[in-house]
Design a protein around this ligand. Structure first.
Ligand code: 5RP
Length: 399
């Protein structure tokens, strides 16, 4: 794979764990000013720092995303149908690759509508988009859209759609979570990213995130379940904690509740924003070594996994705990081993026995060391909704 293509994918799915949090705000391209996205800038500004990449149209990126704090843009380049029109599957490419490059997009994205009236048009469109985007090293994210037919979202249909997208050359596929989601993941040879879908109660949206990651998804591309929440910052940070810090459902929900209530969170613990917005003032810096214990199968098939983990590594301040590995001894300021290879044996997220967490401090104290915790136990049966209560690890204070 070409350097450009690889490095762009690596800024969407982090090389240390093969995962990413994509924030979806492209809904206006067929829904218009949908609820809580009436003024895109107002929706995007408070939460953009917590995502790894932003899925957006060119109209919104130009009008509502600050170019002084760049975030990897996954540019929606398809459209042509609206929610009140005849058929949502009647889309084609509407934004050129030239414009995607002008915008400095990291990837381009379009929907395919398998089994729908305009299936042929969208699939051939995907083939053409891959041909053109690859000439410039731009990865393509294919979205397996279902239009208004939400009931289509089962493992059989989604496996079919995802596999077709991958066969056409999509580098990543976005789809929906469903029962037997592992089947969808297993039959798709490229990383799968999960859409949130219509708004759910926060705990359910976090369960969807947790179950998706557990089944091998490379991340989420979530929109409404983040910015339609009453607490979008708390929500994206809790989602992020699952994707990048291996929080289980209880831990993530507790984190959400704490953040939503504005409770103090000890500094430098919990979820981070791996390399996004590194130019942003006062941005908390991540620990890019986190999560290595819990690599998923997507990562195993990605070529980046065997590279030394020395890419884009921001510095960790001496005295800071190892931020995204709650089960590890805190980093006592030792320099990190930057050349350690990534391909440790896979471990599933700890599903039934959450690892002991460090005690949440009452008051955030800079450079306070958390108690070392026990090693995680291998996962057993998936029971995400019935996790024992676990002290929520804390996250950095929002800037
Ligand atoms: C619309 C999209 C959306 O980006 C996608 O559905 C993700 O957003 P949400 O989490 O709100 O479903 O691709 O076609």
């Amino acid at each position: 794979m070409d350097y450009g293509l690889k490095s762009r994918i690596a800024s969407i799915l982090k090389p240390n764990n093969g995962r990413g949090v994509m924030l979806a705000v492209d809904h206006g391209y067929f829904l218009g000013p949908t609820e809580k996205l009436e003024v895109p800038k107002r929706t995007i500004s408070p939460i953009v720092r917590y995502c790894d990449s932003l899925m957006v149209t060119r109209g919104v990126v130009r009008s509502s995303v600050d170019p002084n704090f760049p975030v990897p843009i996954v540019l929606r380049v398809s459209g042509g149908a609206s929610i009140i029109g005849e058929d949502l599957s009647n889309e084609e490419i509407t934004t050129s690759i030239k414009d995607a490059i002008r915008i400095n997009a990291t990837a381009v994205t379009m929907s395919i509508f398998v089994g729908a009236k305009y299936e042929h048009k969208s699939l051939v469109g995907l083939g053409h988009l891959v041909n053109e985007a690859e000439e410039y090293g731009l990865p393509v994210l294919a979205v397996t859209a279902v239009g208004k037919e939400l009931a289509k979202r089962d493992a059989r249909y989604l496996s079919l759609s995802c596999r077709i997208a991958a066969e056409f050359g999509a580098h990543m596929v976005k789809t929906y979570y469903c029962d037997d989601f592992q089947k969808v993941v297993n039959s798709c040879p490229v990383p799968i990213i999960v859409a949130g879908g219509p708004k759910l109660p926060e705990r359910d949206a976090l369960a969807l995130t947790y179950n998706s990651i557990k089944a091998g998804a490379a991340g989420v591309d979530m929109g409404r379940n983040i910015w339609q929440s009453q607490h979008p910052v708390a929500m994206i940070r809790a989602v992020r904690a699952i994707v990048h810090s291996n929080y289980n459902l209880d831990q993530a929900y507790k984190l959400f509740q704490q953040l939503a209530k504005g409770q103090p969170i000890p500094q430098n613990r919990g979820n981070f924003n791996p390399n996004q917005n590194q130019n942003r003032p006062q941005q908390n810096r991540p620990n890019p070594q986190g999560n290595r214990q819990n690599q998923n199968r997507n990562q195993q098939r990605r070529p980046q996994q065997n590279r030394p983990n020395n890419q884009n590594r921001p510095n960790q301040k001496p005295g800071q705990p190892n931020q995204s590995k709650p089960n590890q001894k805190p980093n006592q300021g030792k320099p990190q081993n930057q050349n350690r290879p990534q391909n440790k044996p896979q471990q599933k997220p700890n599903q039934t026995k959450p690892a002991q967490q460090t005690k949440p401090a009452q008051q955030p104290k800079p450079a306070q060391q958390p108690k070392p915790a026990q090693q995680p136990k291998p996962a057993q049966q998936p029971k995400p909704a019935a996790q024992p209560a676990t002290p929520a690890p804390a996250a950095p204070k929002p800037q």
